[in-house]
Design a protein around this ligand. Structure first.
Ligand code: TRP
Length: 332
């Protein structure tokens, strides 16, 4: 271990897709061997858009089970629920006072979500990046593995860390985003120009980690390709086919050239079936393990309690330093 700290989180809202799996959780597995890792379920971020309370609760536990089923080891890293550690909201408040309204209004995700949820442009939605900065800075993280769409939030986190340090003295580690290339861009099966998303309205666009084998095979069978018949990796000219090759490669551990060779003389039908099978084969044991864990409520509860306790210890240290720096009276 070289002493580096890694922080990342996933919102327990919506169904995770194979894009989330390849782009996030799976990449974290190697990191837990090397670094001091904190992985959270960002339920406080989730409520910036309307959530069904019972569903949010259920999804939080499902996400915890999924992390573990994928191989995240709660002995090796700190796995916890964001709302269990009160310092996130507390640090957010202090950071709010150095974050400018203008810079928050300019955030791409805020603008997108404001459009999508025009009837619910709440303060939390605008404050989302500040909460994320609080998450990261509380643990003095060096590295933040995220998808491309979250890099702007890591940038603002860096800005806030530097601004605070300049104003109040060295307090926060300035983190770096770690954007993973392989599998970072899995596209929609229905529109390969778009990212595969948890919240796509077209149910055939995304493959969810909870999809059963038949559903997975059906979605791949319907995946949009092109009017040619050649299986070749060429993201510009053949985005649909290239996306399927990327998925195949990600789920088999091969590279896209190897995948291309394997299917060189095959038809699209056979190709799509093989991609679907590779995905279904890989997900089956993860799904079985997740289901098994979800029956072990006491075990999961214990893991999350221990995680929150560990997170709390680090978070408390950072927050009391912050409170001292900004001039909150904390006794003589
Ligand atoms: N906003 C992230 C997402 O939707 C989730 C998240 C919350 C996060 N807090 C974080 C990611 C801190 C990295 C670090 O994907």
């Amino acid at each position: 271990m070289d002493g580096k700290t890694v922080y990342s989180a996933i919102q327990p809202s919506g169904n995770l897709t194979i894009g989330n799996y390849v782009g996030s959780i799976r990449n974290w597995l190697g990191m837990q061997e090397e670094y001091d890792c904190f992985f959270a379920m960002a339920d406080m971020h989730a409520i910036t858009v309307r959530q069904e309370p019972a569903e949010l609760r259920r999804r939080t536990l499902e996400l915890a089970a999924l992390y573990i089923a994928c191989g995240i080891d709660p002995e090796k890293c700190t796995l916890y629920v964001q709302s269990h550690v009160p310092q996130h909201a507390e640090l957010m408040w202090v950071l709010n006072t150095i974050a400018y309204v203008g810079e928050m209004e300019r955030m791409t995700q805020f603008k997108d979500k404001s459009q999508k949820h025009a009837d619910n442009i709440n303060m939390g939605l605008m404050d989302y990046p500040v909460l994320m900065a609080a998450d990261i800075l509380l643990y003095q993280a060096d590295l933040v593995p995220v998808g491309q769409d979250q890099t702007q939030h890591v940038e603002i986190t860096r800005d806030l860390a530097v601004r605070f340090n300049n104003r109040f003295g060295e307090t926060f580690t300035v983190p770096k985003a770690l954007v993973l290339k392989q599998g970072a861009k899995i596209a929609s099966l229905q529109d390969p120009a778009k990212k595969m998303s948890k919240s796509d309205e077209n149910p055939n666009a995304s493959v969810y980690l909870t999809d059963d084998r038949d559903t997975i095979l059906r979605k791949f069978k319907r995946a949009v390709t092109d009017s040619e018949s050649e299986i070749r990796f060429a993201p510009q000219e053949k985005p649909g086919v290239s996306n399927l090759l990327t998925i195949y490669a990600s789920f088999t551990g091969k590279n896209t050239e190897e995948a291309e060779k394997e299917f060189a003389w095959k038809g699209y039908g056979e190709f799509k079936l093989a991609v679907g099978e590779a995905v279904a084969d890989k997900l089956a044991p993860v799904q079985a393990e997740q289901a098994r864990l979800l029956k072990e409520k006491a075990y999961l509860g214990g893991v999350l309690a221990a995680g929150a306790e560990r997170a709390y210890k680090t978070a408390r240290k950072t927050l009391s330093k912050v409170y001292r720096k900004v001039g909150f009276y904390q006794g003589e």
